[in-house]
Design a protein. Sequence first.
Length: 291
Amino acid sequence: MPTPRTEIPRIDAHHHLWRYTPAEYAWIDDSMAPLQRDFLPTDLRKALRSANITAAVAVQARQSLEETSFLLECAATTPEICAVVGWAPLAADDLSTTLDHFSNRKKLVGYREIVQSEPDGYLDQPNFNRGIAQLTARGYTYDILIHQHQLEEATRIADRHPQQRFILDHAAKPPIAASELEPWATNIRALAARPNVSCKISGLVTEATWSNWSLDTLCPYLDICVEAFGAQRLLAGSDWPVCLVASTYPRWWSTLEHYFAAFTAHEQQRIFGLSAINIYRIPPSLSGASL
């Protein structure tokens, strides 16, 4: 009997959706004018098709429970959205009530907060750490959105919660435009030494000079991520639509494909899909996989 064909999905591990309002998205200033509009599932489908991407993980962009509900509503009517990383107030005393409210939503795989905007020490707070412990108990991931100066905090929280699955977003936003590697490189290697932490190769073009970047620009930073995390803990993502200020969607994926072209077929399958499935624990029925 012939062996059934294995279909490996290509998954964008990081994208956003929004109905744009200046008040809610004040960070989208006039330098990011292409983002000052709605980005909804119809737009996402077009983007995915343009780069031959099978499915995508929707990630929160607002710090509200309304945002979590909005993304789940989009996912419920959009098969291409295979998972949702929502928002919850992790340091709140009533966190368990919030988690209970969303507990039956199959596509909800984890949570994230915009820690890059928080003061130093945020990840060290006792209340926040109690919240992480609740995520661990319920089997949710936590996406770490930070700037590079917060990497040491991230390492400490990974040590405090060795059973928690952490995913570092955008490789902690290295200073690509300044062509600087340190102290980012040293600190990301330290974080990567914790086996419960994975890393998204996403959001890098917006850390470079938007109008003047190339694969050569990104290579030193990609090299360090590969050295630190290995193919088994890297997830390819786009940060769409934010990436559009510096790159088209197909160009970003083409850049990654060129960089990883010399890797083994299995390593490429992991980076471009399987790692997202395994780390977020996305069922094959939702990811588009036939495994």
